[in-house]
Write a protein of this length. Sequence first.
Length: 327
Amino acid sequence: MKRADILAVDGGNSKTDLALVAEDGALLSLVRGPLSSPHHLGAEGALGVLEALLEQAGREAGVEPPAEVAGLYLAGVDFPAEVEAFRTLVEGRGWAKTTLVGNDTHAALRSGTDAGWGVAVVCGAGINCTGVAPDGREARFPSLGEVSGDWGGGFDVGKAAVWAAARSEDGRGPKTSLERSVPAYFGLETPYQLAQEIHAGRVPQRRATELAPLVLQSAEEDEVAGEIVQRLADEVVTMARVALERLDLVDRPTEVVLGGGLFRSGNGYLLGAIEAGLRELSPSLSVHPPAAPPIAGAALLALDELGASPEAHERARRELLEAANRG
């Protein structure tokens, strides 16, 4: 059986992509599975998800471990000690001769720029940010939620919508269309009924994440929804600003990459508010979504480590983007 040169993983809080790639950038296999965040599953649980996906991808491509380089970038790998511990566990599995491990924001940054540095903000179920300076210095946030000062992402936006809907119904807050649309999403008539269902456990609180697109869609026409989205935009700008300041990049032409599900929606209200905030900070900043999915960033980082050619990088980016669009 032949071997893949690159094993790439983008592991998030809702899904995981795993790709096997040849040294020339050819995509051998791309498979998708459930979340693999060690924060939610524990390290062994995350490895179990990855192992199953690796076996599936290997069968499809007709290859087996070890790869030359593995680039594993996962949500929930937030502290240096967690990175080292997870790398040690992966190395014990023998999946690759060289193993790279990092937070998924690194994959998002690499998928959006070839410069090798810049700032990436990822906004999916949660929110996170990584900045990398030209000299390799990094600026990171723990991104553990409220305990580390974070607000943002689909879960927080959805909870804010539930909160606003309840207060609209009982008069403690301003009227909003969310009073009708939020309970209706769950097949209910009122926020009061939704509160009962959540309290009884019949509607899991984690499903608040599903409400984020509804809030984004309502932002231009509903003042309350617009305020929620503006708060999210402000948080994104704040995280990017602090990363830029820590790395002395505010006045230097720098790419700010916006990755994650809430940005992939292409919502003009959200993206416009973020771009306006960052332009006010510095006109030298370039704000844009990644040109390819984060699994491409994971593969590109592994190809960087392998010393692959520019042509291989371009082929990997192109083929992974095409495969992701088909899937």
